[in-house]
Design a protein around this ligand. Structure first.
Ligand code: PLP
Length: 454
């Protein structure tokens, strides 16, 4: 009997286990458990805002990444009071909705589509079923004219009603939520341009919206410009490609319009350490960061992932012996960026060679000459649907992501169903399997197209 060969999974959007920083984590846990002052704090209920050394180190580390060469005085530094430790971006999305929305006051959740499909249920769980509204994106990201028209419409129908939730000094109840992944979006891989970012913050202020930015893919990116040659061999830099929305809200037109501001950055260590960590952070104004920490479950149980926070903190401790600041930055620059850029190149080259001849093409050209995130978003030839491809590819030993899951459950902006799209992830499978998976997919495509033509 021939052995059963497991399928090549190009669908799951998970980081590669072979790239987990196991040695660094091993050192970190040893350090924590050899120092009673640290493990003691890690093993008891944490403060609501999270393990203070981690908040301080995240603030320092983000300042380096997002403000590398700037001299904006106090604005070029992120202080610990802007940071609240979370249990990762998904857990924190639920907490944000618990604290800052109300079923009566908050009218709609606007989601840039195609959307990160696993967020939909979080919004529904928070009571927004039937009030999720898709906002299309173009080459530069979110379509602001579309968004403003919808926001205006919502405003004109709205009456002032008594909130369902009690007034609390630590929060504000926003009238609208806008959810997006501005950098290397999931699934499209798009990057929102600076002008869209700026105008999005202006719109959010005008229509009392909280922008929730999942900034989970910001740290690992590489040049794709033809002049950069083999991007996996050039020396990467630890710096952002564009200011985050939360940075813009901090500085635009004199800064936030009230103490809570209009944007939160939802950060995570899932993609750069490992998803099992369940550690992330929220960054916003100090009042906002404190507000997140006052969600009932944290107020009762203390900060989420408290012990793991002490381990992650060791990876962020400033290391004078290293030119790269800390163990995590070294891991990102020396392991993750070279590996993911190589994988990206292999996958995109294989797509060009094997899928494009069958009419399956990348959905857009990245204007920024930069690659990042985990995904390639592909458009199928007109005669094929994602449902057909997904099922036939499975039989050929390849799992691919069905575009349809990225369509909002209801109220889709352009009635786009994404049934002509598939998503491939270059992060999860072994590197050698990327090309094998794409060539198998090409065989599937050719067979389906041939069937259609007879
Ligand atoms: C846009 C986006 N947000 C959030 C997450 C999940 O993050 P976390 O593991 O921190 O909950 C993912 C993971 O795929 C993602 O793509």
């Amino acid at each position: 009997m021939s052995p059963i060969i497991p399928p090549i999974n190009l669908s799951s959007g998970f980081p590669a286990p072979s790239l987990f920083p196991l040695q660094q984590l091993n050192r970190a846990t040893n350090t924590v458990f050899s120092k009673p002052a640290i493990w003691h704090e890690g093993m008891i209920y944490g403060p609501d805002e999270g393990h203070y050394p981690l908040r301080r180190n995240i603030a320092r580390w983000l300042s380096q990444f997002y403000y590398p060469n700037e001299t904006l005085g106090s604005k070029s530094r992120i202080d610990a009071d802007r940071i609240c430790i979370t249990g990762g971006a998904s857990q924190n999305l639920a907490c944000l909705l618990q604290v800052f929305t109300d079923p009566v006051v908050t009218r709609s959740v606007f989601i840039v589509e195609p959307g990160y499909f696993l967020s939909f249920r979080v919004f529904e769980d928070a009571g927004f079923h039937g009030r999720l509204r898709g906002v299309p994106e173009d080459e530069e990201g979110i379509d602001l004219a579309f968004l403003e028209e919808r926001l205006r419409k919502e405003d004109s129908h709205s009456k002032t009603e008594r909130p369902y939730k009690p007034q609390r000094p630590y929060r504000k109840l926003y009238r609208n939520i806008i959810y997006c992944v501005p950098t290397f979006s999931n699934p499209s891989g798009k990057v929102m341009s600076l002008s869209r970012r700026t105008e999005l913050i202006r719109l959010a202020r005008k229509y009392d919206a909280l922008v929730i930015a999942d900034d989970v893919y910001d740290f690992v990116h590489w040049s794709t410009s033809p002049s950069s040659g083999d991007s996996s061999s050039s020396t990467p830099e630890f710096r952002h490609i564009l200011p985050r929305l939360v940075d813009i809200d901090r500085t635009l037109d004199g800064g936030p319009i009230d103490e809570f501001g209009n944007c939160v950055s939802n950060g995570s260590f899932s993609k750069i350490v490992g998803p099992g960590c369940r550690v992330g952070w929220a960054e916003g104004t100090p009042a906002f960061a404190y507000g997140v920490s006052q969600v009932g479950s944290t107020h009762s149980g203390g900060a989420p992932s408290q012990l793991m926070s002490t381990f992650v903190n060791e990876m962020l401790e400033f290391d004078t012996s290293k030119h790269n600041d800390c163990a995590l930055t070294t891991h990102i620059l020396e392991t993750l960026i070279p590996a993911y850029s190589r994988r990206y190149k292999k996958l995109t080259t294989a797509v060009k060679e094997h899928l494009c001849p069958h009419g399956t093409v990348p959905a857009f050209e990245n204007k920024f000459n930069v690659g990042g995130g985990f995904f390639v978003w592909l458009k199928l030839p007109e005669s094929l649907t994602s449902a057909e491809i997904v099922s036939a590819a499975r039989q050929d030993g390849v799992i691919v992501g069905d575009g349809r899951v990225s369509a909002l459950p209801e109220g889709n902006a352009r009635c786009a169903s994404y049934e002509d799209m598939i998503r491939l992830c270059f992060a999860w499978v072994n590197e050698e399997e990327l090309v094998e998976g794409v060539t198998a997919l090409a065989v599937t495509l050719a067979r389906l197209l041939e069937h259609k033509s007879v």
